[in-house]
Design a protein around this ligand. Structure first.
Ligand code: FES
Ligand code: FES
Length: 227
């Protein structure tokens, strides 16, 4: 079958060329007259802060002084401004624990913390827990216990685990440690191994079979909880 010609070979525009031309011109007519000037100034405008505040904070032992937008979360400051991307953004709503860091020694969800509230604070992220290239004992334990699969939740689990140990909730019973680590979700379900790593680092008796401690619900228990 013959294809429709692009031109009628008579010196006039073909149908396809005509449509292409119309489309291009129609698109161009939608652009503001100063579009190219606007594009040139766009990067500068992006850096203009609508609600500027100055912030002085210590992160992993380093003094950081920045002008930031008052609405910036600690998580975005870490990841987007300081390129400390070890801290992960999971839900961005305070539900998963992936963004856990320490502020003045206490664990916090960085997605729910406004950076502007941290004037003079001491922040520690996963990048700051190893000392002189030596892994933190809990990082070693995660390796030993195979306490991760995809690894996305791991920085948050480790930051929570370090705090959990420091708070004295990890060595008494597996039940207590599990409860105090329950704000950190793992979609790969590495929970038994994470718990073993945290408990081992806290000096607790080794679990005989970590998998036996996974919280399971019977059908009856689950439906009674729904009511
Ligand atoms: S990203 Fe902060 S709790 Fe999920
Ligand atoms: S190891 Fe994949 S989410 Fe926890």
């Amino acid at each position: 079958m013959n294809r429709a010609p692009d031109s009628d070979h008579s010196g006039g525009l073909g149908r396809r060329q005509f449509l292409k031309g119309v489309g291009t011109l129609a698109g161009a007519s939608c652009l503001p007259a100063n579009a190219s000037a606007a594009n040139e100034t766009a990067p500068q405008e992006k850096n203009v802060l609508e609600h500027p505040v100055s912030l002085n904070v210590r992160i992993n032992g380093k003094e950081i002084s920045r002008e930031i937008d008052a609405r910036t979360t600690l998580l975005d400051l870490l990841r987007e401004t300081l390129q400390l991307t070890g801290t992960k953004k999971g839900c961005d709503h305070g539900a998963c624990g992936a963004c856990t860091v320490h502020v003045n020694g206490k664990r916090v969800l960085s997605c729910l913390t406004l950076a502007a509230t941290l004037e003079g604070a001491e922040v520690t992220t996963i990048e700051g827990v190893s000392q002189n290239e030596e892994l933190h004992p809990l990082q070693e334990a995660f390796l030993r216990c195979d306490a991760y699969q995809c690894g996305y939740c791991t920085p948050g689990q480790i930051m929570s685990g370090i705090a959990c140990i420091g708070e004295g909730h990890a060595d008494k019973s597996a039940e207590e440690a599990r409860e105090w680590m329950s704000g950190n979700l793992c979609r790969c379900s590495a929970y038994p191994n994470i718990l073993a790593a945290v408990r081992q680092t806290a000096g607790a008796e080794p679990e005989s079979d970590p998998a036996a401690h996974v919280r399971t619900f019977s059908l009856a228990e689950a439906s009674s909880q729904e009511q």
